[in-house]
Design a protein around this ligand. Structure first.
Ligand code: ATP
Ligand code: MG
Length: 404
């Protein structure tokens, strides 16, 4: 096929068994979100590039390397959304949702776009479901959010380790940042090129660099948890207490920082035991609404990668019988009627459009994994019955449609 007629690199079609996995993930998550009474929001796939640059942070990988930015015909700088939170925050403020209720619990589902090197479970268009809670500062909201993430993993039967950390706040982070930068200067000789560059602009990010020498170099680095102010410490301690109370297993990872600038206090990642990468990730972002020009509003949320979870779930089995109606000869009106009656009785029915003899028809019935073939010829028409063939046993008998 000519290159121009293939999907662009990193973009993929989702069909067949993959789509069934996709739906299994999304419907399981939606069912849980319903139990927690989250309300859905749909925001545009395109925003002004500024929306992401300001929130995610100018010095982050997403903004510097991964965003699809383009100009429209009037020269406005737009971007395909690389993540969901920025758009939801923008919508929360633009629609003045804060004026309606003391707090909000929203979720979104949809495609995200990042210009990354494609590999297993990593695409340039991928799908996330994310949740955002606006207007709650207390750690019981963090605990309930992590509980929800934990429930999602359990419902999908995915083994993952919940890693948590605290990144502090405006009060305590600056002193920590300073100590970290100083430390990083001391070990600069052991850092990768990217981290040498990052150590002043985005020092926290060095902590979760995947390069081995960097990981080795930051082992003795100062930890944010040792610098937390009293309020942040209390928040973090309470969160851990609540999680223990709820039976949510977690592991503290003091180098967990996340790739986006807007996080404060709680950050977490559910890391797949099998893949070693995050499948759900999020945290608190208490200043973001304010930085967008909204009223000061503490907030928190997470996003899960649908394609990542698809790598870890089983394809769901069909939980209903399929009836394959096969007309022979000029019996189409009757066959249409039979299909109609079966469907009105709640059956799932495929009316065969295939031409040809019984052998070919049954081949197709098998290909579709039909449970029953409903065979209709001139005789059946005359007698007002159908021949019902059980595809598993091969047993066949004439019955009235109403008796199926
Ligand atoms: P990673 O470290 O794997 O690049 P990230 O920190 O960039 O992930 P987030 O921005 O936290 O990812 O997005 C939340 C989730 O979305 C991730 O945990 C992952 O499951 C999924 N995700 C992120 N980027 C991609 C991608 N390019 N393709 C598929 N899924 C992705
Ligand atoms: Mg990434």
């Amino acid at each position: 096929m000519a290159e121009n007629f293939q999907a662009p690199r990193g973009f993929h079609d989702i069909i067949g068994g993959e789509l069934r996995k996709f739906r299994r993930v999304t419907s399981t998550v939606r069912e849980l979100l319903r139990k927690y009474n989250y309300e859905e929001i749909i925001t545009p796939v395109v925003e002004y590039a500024k929306v992401f640059e300001r929130s995610i942070g100018e010095a982050t990988d997403i903004v510097q390397k991964e965003m699809f930015v383009f100009s429209d015909r009037k020269g406005r700088r737009l971007a395909l959304r690389p993540e969901g939170t920025a758009g939801v925050v923008r919508a929360y403020i633009q629609n003045k949702l804060y004026a309606l209720r003391p707090y909000h619990k929203l979720f979104y589902e949809g495609p995200m776009f990042r210009y990354e090197r494609p590999q297993a479970g990593r695409y340039r268009q991928f799908h996330q479901i994310g949740v955002e809670v606006f207007g709650v500062a207390e750690p019981h909201a963090d605990a309930e959010l992590l509980k929800l993430a934990d429930e999602i993993l359990k419902a999908l039967n995915v083994q993952a380790t919940m890693e948590i950390n605290s990144l502090g706040c405006r009060v305590c982070r600056p002193a920590y940042r300073e100590a970290l930068v100083e430390y990083l200067h001391g070990v600069a000789g052991h850092l990768c090129d990217v981290c040498v560059d990052r150590k002043d602009r985005n020092p926290l990010r060095v902590l979760d660099c995947k390069v081995e020498t960097c990981q080795e170099a930051v082992k003795e680095a100062p930890k944010m948890v040792d610098y937390l102010c009293d309020e942040c410490r209390e928040h973090y301690t309470k969160l851990k207490d609540y999680l223990k109370e709820l039976g949510v297993n977690f592991r503290e990872n003091h180098n967990l920082v996340r790739g986006l600038d807007y996080y404060t206090r709680t950050v977490f990642e559910a890391v797949s035991d099998e893949l070693g990468v995050a499948v759900i990730a999020g945290g608190r972002y208490d200043y973001l609404v304010e930085e967008f020009g909204g009223p000061p509003t503490p907030a928190l949320g997470f996003a899960l990668g649908v394609e990542r979870l698809m790598l870890l779930v089983e394809e769901p089995q069909r939980n209903y019988d399929l009836y394959f109606v096969i007309p022979f000869g000029e019996v189409h009106a009757y066959a249409l009627k039979v299909a109609d009656i079966l469907r009105s009785k709640g059956k799932v029915v495929e009316l065969s459009y295939r031409k040809g003899g019984l052998k070919k028809q049954l081949e197709l019935a098998n290909k579709l994994s039909a449970d029953y073939a409903v065979i209709i010829g001139e005789d059946e028409l005359k007698e007002g019955v159908v021949s019902l063939k059980d595809m598993r046993t091969g047993e066949q008998r004439k019955v009235k449609v109403e008796e199926i």
